[in-house]
Write a protein that binds this ligand. Structure first.
Ligand code: CA
Length: 249
């Protein structure tokens, strides 16, 4: 475990108070690059290089955020995540080496807030870190609320039941509206198909899950520039959907 003093600012917005991040990673090349980049972005960094050390460091330093590799010596990232979740709501971002691991991370609901897949772009990672930190401040369970929401140029007003895209009003049926509301309220976070079905159609919903696909397709046709290659609501194959915080190019 090592700790370093804070560095000069980079090009990304620097958080007001250097949040402490526990980086759990066993590959030296990643540790080196991450430490430099995160410190430049205004984070304080503590590194643990295996699962057991991660739990000890977590207890010792009480980080504001955990960046957790899945494949680790001694104790896997998934086990570390579960153990931390047993006692803490700290934001956790899992780092997976293969996209197949996403199922394990998100599908098994080990309690991670988000994930990135190696190789990732450092700017994207830092954007996700900021997003989970903001959510952490707002409470970990993000329910839909009566306040209006906007992400990018899409805006939703629950009280008036209005949606606009680039300031132009878009009309939609109730279920699509509720689906969009839930996605926007959790922008940047993966929502599983089960979660969407349960929250929009109710706990007893046992119908064909094609219902979700049909509604998603209609919703995309209303809010996406090109519904055949969506940039706002992206599909996380085999898992669910995520409303993107910023449209990708
Ligand atoms: Ca690893």
């Amino acid at each position: 475990m090592l700790s370093r003093p804070r560095p000069a600012s980079g090009t990304l917005a620097v958080p007001a108070d250097h949040p402490l991040v526990l980086v759990v990673e066993d590959e030296p090349s990643y540790v080196e690059a991450l430490t430099v980049a995160l410190e430049r972005a205004g984070f304080d960094v503590v590194v643990a290089q295996d699962g057991i050390e991660a739990l000890a460091s977590f207890e010792a330093v009480s980080p504001r955020l955990v960046l957790l590799d899945v494949m680790l010596p001694r104790l896997s990232g998934i086990d570390v995540c579960r153990r931390i979740r047993a006692s803490s709501e700290v934001p956790i971002i899992m780092v997976t080496a293969r996209s197949e691991e996403i199922d394990a991370v998100v599908g098994l609901e080990v309690g991670a807030d988000d994930y990135v897949t190696k190789p990732y772009r450092i700017r994207e990672l830092i954007a996700r870190m900021h997003a989970v930190l903001r959510r952490g401040e707002l409470g970990s369970e993000r329910q839909t609320s009566p306040e209006s929401l906007s992400v990018g140029d899409v805006r939703l007003d629950p009280e008036r039941h209005e949606v606009s895209v680039r300031e132009a009003e878009v009309r939609m049926p109730l279920k699509e509206f509720e689906l969009l509301h839930l996605l926007l309220a959790n922008a940047g976070r993966v929502l599983t198909r089960e979660t969407l079905l349960r929250r929009v159609w109710g706990t007893d919903y046992v119908g064909d899950t094609k219902t979700l696909d049909v509604h998603m397709k209609r919703l995309r046709s209303r809010i996406e520039e090109d519904p055949s290659s969506p940039t706002r609501i992206t599909t996380i194959r085999g898992v669910g959907y995520r409303y993107e915080l910023a449209s990708r190019p």
